[in-house]
Design a protein around this ligand. Structure first.
Ligand code: SF4
Length: 266
């Protein structure tokens, strides 16, 4: 084992210990190991006098500490969907936490063919803590079912922000940026074959573009080595029935791509 590997393990154990103690800020420790396998490890702990132990409740752990832990967990392959949901429930990193009733981390199968990403919870989702359960959500379920997809069988459904923006306004770019680490962790765990972006806000956030959904829908875009497919948001179809025809065409395009991916894997 190299010195670098030993150092990474020591740093992770330090962070994990701090987290498990749930109430103490981690002291900053410095580790030093010899590269030689046979050499006795030299771990020199430097207690930092300017950082006394501070007792806090678990949910009050500093956001920077939690993010460090999340990254370490993810790197060590120890992250879980349940752990992400717990972290989301405790999150107060952006102002949306002040007006939410419930956080909405997402739901579905753990190895999805398709990860559906919307912009954020609405009123029904905020009340229930579940994604896409209102009228638009029911239409989404029907659209997915038409191409043999469902959250029970082969999809996971999430949003770019996990708390409801007041009065169903679009989430702000700062809120999306702050919340992005949760979605990043979910994508790393779920490893979807395709990401289906529902609507302009989710698509623009994922692709980092200002292009319109009118131009983007129905075309695959490579996003972090995962094919991303934008479509109109189901609520847009409820307001404008003329979008149903192009959306049906888009669903057929998506199904054809999924069939190819599944055939390639078989
Ligand atoms: Fe935290 Fe995301 Fe909710 Fe903001 S929207 S409070 S970043 S979970």
């Amino acid at each position: 084992m190299t010195a670098e590997q030993k150092t990474r393990i020591a740093e992770f154990l330090d962070l994990a210990g701090a987290y498990l103690r749930s109430g103490y800020k981690s002291q900053t420790l410095t580790y030093q190991f010899a590269d030689d396998e046979s050499a006795a490890p030299m771990a020199t702990e430097q207690a930092v006098p300017q950082a006394p132990l501070v007792e806090t409740r678990p949910q009050a752990i500093a956001q920077s500490d939690k993010r460090s832990l999340a990254i370490s967990n993810a790197e060590a392959g120890m992250d879980t969907l349940e752990a992400i949901a717990v972290d989301v429930a405790a999150c107060s990193a952006c102002p949306l936490c002040a007006t939410r009733t419930n956080t909405v981390p997402g739901e579905g199968v753990s190895s999805p063919l398709v990860l559906v990403i919307g912009e954020g919870p609405g009123e029904n989702e905020d009340k229930s803590g579940r994604p896409f359960v209102g009228e638009a959500g029911q239409l989404l379920d029907k659209m997915l079912a038409s191409i043999d997809l469902s959250r029970e069988k082969n999809c996971f459904i999430a949003n770019v922000v996990k708390c409801r923006p007041p009065h169903n306004r679009d989430p702000l770019s700062e809120e999306i940026a702050v919340c992005a680490s949760f979605l990043t962790r979910q994508i790393a765990l779920l490893k979807p074959r395709v990401i289906l972006c529902a609507g302009r806000v989710a698509t623009q956030a994922m692709v980092k573009t200002t292009n319109s959904i009118k131009n983007l829908h129905g075309h695959f875009i490579e996003c972090a080595k995962i094919p991303l497919f934008p479509m109109y948001h189901p609520s847009a179809l409820l307001h404008d029935p003329t979008l149903k025809r192009p959306s049906w065409d888009d669903l057929k395009t998506l199904r054809a791509r999924l069939d190819k991916l599944v055939a390639l894997k078989a």
